[in-house]
Design a protein around this ligand. Sequence first.
Ligand SMILES: [Zn+2]
Ligand SMILES: [Zn+2]
Length: 246
Amino acid sequence: MGTGKVNYRITRDYHTHTIYSDGKNTIEQNIIAAREKGLKGIGITEHGPRHLTYGIKRENISVVRDTIQKLRKIYEDIEIYFGIEANIINKGNHIDIDPHEFADFDYVMAGYHYGVMGGFCVSNFFNKHAPVKANDKKLLIRNTDMMVKAVYENNLKILTHPGDKGPFDIDEVAKACEKTDTLMEINSRHKYLSEEGIRIAKKYDIKFVINSDAHSTEKIGDMGTGLERALAAGLDMSRVINVERV
Ligand SMILES: [Zn+2]
Ligand SMILES: [Zn+2]
């Protein structure tokens, strides 16, 4: 009190991982941590099944769903969502969750990751880590086209960490999110949307979400630098659907 500084906290963390992908903790541990932190809701969102090392095994999708259903009866004071973080790829419906699988989840998010076949990830990896940057215009066009198609062809709730792991035209991506009512994520674990990305995206009639992308319980509900990036970019915080002033 007294400093006049406005602060915010996450109310619902829509993006966390558990041992069913590359998270450290169990579903129940994530839920307990979210309750201890006073969250109103927590999403369990493993990596999509085509990720070569972290993807959820398809046979575990129903295991996670059943576990969540049981835990909802035990922890009635918090909303528990069963989501997934699909991988954006350059084939089919442009993500690794098929249209008929959508009904399995409360919501589907999608993001661009390395370690998935068929998504230009070798080109993007070398582009990002090359000592001398090549002219990556072609890669930017291919990446953007792939991401925009993923947004249009699927009823996504959230596009996770847009701009991470390769060049993307955030104007085009934000336009697609505007047309399809898709939330753009300000991710705490990855530095995307970046401050610059938020400045571009906020020109469009879209809403945002700040998620921890926690891979361990300590990080659940954590905003990392997400809040700073949003404030530095001049984002009106009423456009972020899952924060409240404290
Ligand atoms: Zn991700
Ligand atoms: Zn994630």
